[in-house]
Design a binder for this molecule. Structure first.
Ligand SMILES: NC(=O)c1ccc[n+]([C@@H]2O[C@H](COP(=O)([O-])OP(=O)(O)OC[C@H]3O[C@@H](n4cnc5c(N)ncnc54)[C@H](OP(=O)(O)O)[C@@H]3O)[C@@H](O)[C@H]2O)c1
Length: 225
């Protein structure tokens, strides 16, 4: 891939019918089986998603890096992630990369974690994606997040594809994964129902923003396919 070419960015989320990303039993086997469709070069993960798993990570088996696996890049402007070595050795990723900003707190002098620094007080997500393309040759980036990072990327126009694994449950707490007032056109690329009533919805995110009003979004979903 040539320098400066931004990778294709897909965001994958497991959600309830009311849009929650936590508080229900996620069909992880299905979620990660579907994730393999993209064969991403980079898995981009929000720091809070990693922090939610740090305790489990410490006690998980650590077979070592998987050379054929994607690179794990974590957006971590505040240097909150500690378990980098465990992430590197957990057996999913080939290596790990910390995405930091200029103002990220000082790291331990003996840290051997590769860093990519963009932005002043927060990671500049557009620049980070550009650099993942130009320096790391990434063509496909898959984003995993409870919604916060995905919503920010969507607001910045940096998501090309949104894939939701909708679980037949209403959680009733925690709120939806995005409360953004952003109005975007989506076109349905694929819909599939699985055992247990779990539904897979894949949308292309069009570059142009939708007009105000939900009817316009409703009309465009499933329009062009
Ligand atoms: N259902 C699912 O599919 C799913 C998937 C993953 C996780 N989860 C659950 O979701 C929860 C965690 O997800 P979350 O949504 O709270 O957080 P998250 O998306 O994992 O993390 C938030 C990320 O957004 C970054 N960020 C926020 N605003 C930004 C900005 N303006 N510019 C640059 N970066 C920005 C933060 O960076 P800094 O803080 O480093 O600045 C942080 O890395 C956990 O409970 C986890 O178990 C669910």
């Amino acid at each position: 891939m040539g320098a400066g070419v931004r990778p294709h960015v897909v965001a994958q989320l497991a959600v309830s019918v009311d849009g929650a990303t936590a508080g229900f039993a996620v069909d992880h086997a299905r979620f990660y089986a579907l994730a393999t469709l993209w064969q991403e070069d980079v898995t981009l993960i929000g720091a809070d998603t990693i922090l939610a798993q740090e305790e489990a990570l410490r006690s998980a088996p650590h077979p070592g890096p998987r050379p054929a696996g994607p690179l794990l890049a974590v957006v971590d402007s505040r240097a909150r992630v500690r378990e980098w070595e465990a992430l590197r050795r957990v057996g999913h990723w080939s290596d790990v990369l910390a995405l930091y900003a200029d103002q990220t707190p000082a790291r331990s002098p003996d840290s051997s974690i590769a860093e990519l620094i963009t932005g002043y007080d927060r990671v500049d997500l557009a620049e980070a994606l550009d650099l993942l393309g130009s320096r790391r040759g990434a063509e496909v980036v898959r984003v995993e997040s409870g919604g916060t990072l995905i919503a920010v990327l969507l607001e910045l126009g940096l998501i090309d594809e949104l894939a939701l694994l909708v679980h037949p449950v209403i959680v009733g707490s925690g709120g939806p994964w995005t409360t953004s007032r952003l109005n975007l056109n989506l076109s349905l690329a694929n819909a599939e129902e699985f055992e247990g009533g779990v539904v897979w919805l894949r949308y292309c995110v069009s570059l142009g923003r939708g007009a105000q009003g939900s009817s316009e979004v409703g009309e465009s979903v499933g329009g062009d396919g």
